[in-house]
Ligand binder design. Sequence first.
Ligand SMILES: C[S@@+](CC[C@H](N)C(=O)[O-])C[C@H]1O[C@@H](n2cnc3c(N)ncnc32)[C@H](O)[C@@H]1O
Length: 394
Amino acid sequence: MMNVIWRNCICCLRQRKVPSRCQSGYHPVAPLGSRILTDPARVFEHNMWDHMQWSKEEEEEARKKVEENSAVQVILEKQVKYESEASKYWDTFYKIHKNKFFKNRNWLLREFPEILPIDQKIEENVEELSWDHVKTNAADCFSGKQEQKKHLKKNGLSDGQSQLRSDFSNLEAEEARKELQKTEVFPGSNATFRILEVGCGAGSSVFPILNTLQNLPESFLYCCDFASRAVELVKAHSSYRASQCSAFVHDICEDGLPYPFPDGILDVVLLVFVLSSIHPDRMQGVVSRLSKLLKPGGMLLFRDYGRYDKTQLRFKKGHCLSENFYVRGDGTRAYFFTKGEVHHMFHKAGLYEKQNLVDHRLQVNRKKQVKMHRVWVQGKFQKPLKWTQNFSNL
Ligand SMILES: C[S@@+](CC[C@H](N)C(=O)[O-])C[C@H]1O[C@@H](n2cnc3c(N)ncnc32)[C@H](O)[C@@H]1O
């Protein structure tokens, strides 16, 4: 009986869309939540206000602060060290903070109900994309019709049917290879629903997810981080269950490193506050690699820092590595995204945008009577049912 109730609850959560928010494209963002500040005099009555609109003056002030704190860039020699020793800096971070720094991401299932499996996949309304649809969406990354035409032509898409036929025969061979791989035994090979969290840290998302999955034995959670101390913390946690979770050390920038499971088998990839710590030149490679791990129809769920978030504005001069990319005092790094950049990167990786929004909030320190703008970017990107390698080159 309990199991039935539990499953019904999960189905409700799973099917709940987030209709009040901007789902994709460049449309204005609809209200983010219920707490809207209508009377500025009441600002110190709550800790957080949703859906804050910035005034022109606030935006200009933020732009100036960023201009100031980016005026001097860190010398190349140090930049190389931050890149080549990135995992060491994060490892030291976990040596110091253990699992005390990041709070459990309890909002995760509310924002990303896709993390949960549903019994009837048919209800999932997975987009079966036609090539026209795919091409149109790819072209959306670029402004202006001329540029779209040039880009499609460069990638051979204007050759139409003959190109498509060869893409699909390649796809058949690829699918056959994947089917073979799927018969292999690997951790989670018996599961029917598989999630991977990359850059899992000490498990702030892992454990809320695992707690929810405990009544769903057909589900399996993989999680990885390149900081071995973080992975040790996850494995040592009292809620870690090897029967339903596999934590492993993995650097997502190392394209050639194998994952402990075949490509094309994941239902969900979770990328939460991780891409921002990666060098901008390597981000596209990471996203494209992760996209290959998804099965057709699988979802990549993303949340990270947005441009002009208070943490960007607080950096002092001397911490800037390159435009909108900074290094903290402990050697870890942070990039601040725009919605357009996120859109471009995920489309280039062959994924279809289901949601891409900027979450603007006003955080209030009531004791100190201080107001801070928080900005996050959140997106949901789906692998089309008909996916080809060629599309990933777009
Ligand atoms: C800001 S923390 C976020 C941790 C966790 N996702 C969360 O939301 O609490 C970023 C994490 O990404 C990991 N990370 C950064 N670059 C990575 C890479 N190239 N490969 C794997 N993990 C990486 C770091 O070790 C760190 O645990």
